[in-house]
Ligand binder design. Structure first.
Ligand code: ATP
Length: 283
């Protein structure tokens, strides 16, 4: 069943220069959908624009952004705000920005819950402790901590707890592990996959890390210069990419074994068919 259906999404600069050129994609309920592509191709602004979170000055146009029977392209800012934090939640690369440094995690989580649901104080505290426990933190302890008292990985897990608390239907994760060390990153990704399966929410995952796409994604869309050039089931794209750009991108994933002494550069070290050129073969 389709959860989100985006048709002809365009994003423009303040001077009306197009940044995203009318992309179409859909996300099914409960699936892990990865948006990949080179830096600056428009992945983040496309994802932010879905629930009206574009940076100042950028403008969005879309024929349709259908989710749960509503067209997000035409509903009011108030309705969009309601959707953010309930049906749609975001986790960002910059986990520091999920919390202000001046209040405890508990106070900040409580604010979010109070804004959206009519639970009592005790119920809210219990739910917050449970949510923090669920992401591997000691709930009661973390609840009373300030953000600076947690490590980066712990804070990103707390951000994930906050995002998942309202049981969103769609979690948008924009390079959520880029700022973490490899062990913390693996923990956050495994956790995200577990929560996704347990809660049944879909994930729109923006990343440069093709190894985690291979591991977690169900379907993939590849962006280049503001357009989606190819999309489909993960297996199909990895086994039989249609576009040269996709082939080159996938070939540039570092292997886990026999790691070359240097990594290939897309468009320089790779031939059109994706074969490594002599410089890398002989490295
Ligand atoms: N506030 C802004 N004003 C003007 N241009 C912007 C703004 N934000 C982003 N852009 C431009 O939009 C384009 C797409 O940016 P976006 O951040 O979506 O890329 P991305 O694919 O997510 O890249 P990365 O993987 O590096 O985050 C880039 O050319 C970027 O310079």
């Amino acid at each position: 069943m389709e959860l989100l259906n985006v048709r002809d999404l365009k994003i423009f600069c303040p001077d009306n220069r197009p940044l995203v050129h009318g992309i179409d994609f859909s996300i099914r309920a409960g699936e892990w959908f990865a948006l990949i592509g080179e830096s600056g191709s428009g992945k983040s602004i496309s994802a932010f624009s879905l629930a009206g979170l574009l940076p100042n000055g950028l403008r969005r146009e879309a024929k349709e952004i259908q989710m749960l029977g509503q067209d997000l392209a035409s509903i009011s800012e108030g309705k969009l705000r309601e959707l953010r934090g309930t049906d749609i939640a975001y986790v960002f690369q910059d986990y520091q920005s999920a919390f202000t440094p001046y209040f405890t995690l508990g106070k900040q989580i409580d604010e979010v819950m109070r804004a959206h649901r009519g639970w009592t104080r005790e119920e809210r505290q219990k739910k917050a402790w449970d949510a923090l426990n669920e992401v591997g933190l000691k709930g009661a302890e973390a609840y009373g901590r300030y953000p600076f008292q947690l490590s980066g990985g712990q804070l990103q897990r707390a951000a994930l707890a906050l995002a998942m608390m309202m049981e969103p239907k769609l979690l948008i994760a924009d390079e959520p592990t880029t700022a973490l060390d490899a062990i913390s990153a693996a923990k956050v990704l495994d956790l995200m996959a577990r929560l996704k399966n347990e809660k049944g929410c879909a994930v729109l995952f923006i990343t440069h890390d093709l190894r985690c796409v291979r591991r977690y994604a169900d379907r993939i869309a590849i962006m280049q210069n503001g357009s989606i050039i190819e999309s489909g089931e993960k297996r199909k794209i990895f086994e039989n990419p249609q576009e040269i750009y996709t082939r080159n991108l996938l070939t540039s994933v570092p292997p886990l074994h026999n790691v070359p002494r240097r990594l290939p550069i897309v468009g320089v070290d790779l031939l059109e068919g994706g074969a490594l050129c002599a410089a890398t073969r002989n490295a």
